[in-house]
Design a protein around this ligand. Structure first.
Ligand SMILES: C[S@@+](CC[C@H](N)C(=O)[O-])C[C@H]1O[C@@H](n2cnc3c(N)ncnc32)[C@H](O)[C@@H]1O
Length: 241
């Protein structure tokens, strides 16, 4: 458990709380250093039922600890009493420099780590090329990993200084933009989303080639950030042949 405490301050590691994040992390190739549980039998049975493809791997990682010890290190009550320590993937080359039709998600200074996690989850599900954030928060914070159910390992997730120069089209999502029409999101675009309270900065709005609004019923000001990311990504995905 000392290992877990040290890893909290070590950006080389990702802390996974619960079975769901551990399952996804293993499925998408995470290197897990160790996993601790207060109920090995229950976790093995749950893994066999819910994630048979990785159940054997999960069983081999488990180290028993007391209920009190587990409760003392988890950041919130655990529905499935297991925590695991994974190595973060090595940064690798700039994901925007690669080829491919998948869009990228760019979150400008998000403030709620739960939103970051939910956006990562939607991005992984929709097949986005990666998710980039700016601002003070680490997108690999345990609270964000909880929100993504461990799907940070399914695509590149990075904090960056700002949108680097890229040849990819930049598309701003802004409630004040032109209404989104089917097929309007180009392949390979970087989709820009603003902060929860203030929206996109004037700088990013000015840099974007297009400003698109997700249509809303009159009277509704905006969608939640992570919801807007999910809707935009699926508008792209469903608009493709
Ligand atoms: C909670 S909203 C911010 C609301 C902010 N008051 C504004 O007007 O932009 C967070 C982000 O989600 C995206 N968003 C939310 N609703 C949207 C909509 N209807 N159309 C386009 N983007 C939306 C935008 O990128 C926005 O910056």
């Amino acid at each position: 458990m000392q290992r877990w405490r040290e890893a909290r301050r070590d950006p080389a590691f990702a802390l996974l709380e619960g079975l769901h994040p551990l399952k996804h992390a293993l499925r998408f190739g995470a290197s897990i250093e160790a996993a601790w549980t207060s109920e090995p039998g229950r976790i093995k049975a749950l893994a066999a039922k819910l994630a048979p493809d990785v159940a054997e791997g999960i069983g081999a990682l488990l180290r028993p600890v007391s209920t009190a010890a587990l409760a003392g290190i988890a950041s919130a009550p655990l529905r499935s009493p297991v925590v695991a320590l994974a190595r973060r993937p090595a940064p690798g080359p700039d994901p925007l420099a690669g080829e491919g039709r998948a869009p990228f998600v760019f979150l400008e200074a998000p403030t709620h780590l739960g939103n970051v996690g939910a956006a990562v989850r939607a991005a992984a599900a929709a097949g986005a090329g990666g998710l980039l954030t700016t601002g003070p928060h680490d997108p690999w914070h345990p609270a964000a990993l909880r929100g993504s159910a461990g799907l940070h390992f399914a695509l590149p997730v990075r904090r960056v200084a700002g949108p680097a120069d890229t040849a990819r089209p930049l598309v701003a999502f802004d409630p004040g933009g032109e209404p989104l029409r089917f097929g309007a999101i180009p392949d390979g675009a970087v989709l820009l989303f603003g902060t929860e309270r203030g929206g996109l900065s004037p700088l990013l709005k000015a840099r974007a080639g297009r400003r698109l609004a997700l249509p809303m019923r009159p009277g509704v000001s905006s969608l939640n950030l992570a919801t807007a990311v999910a809707v935009a990504l699926y508008a792209w995905r469903l608009g493709r042949p």
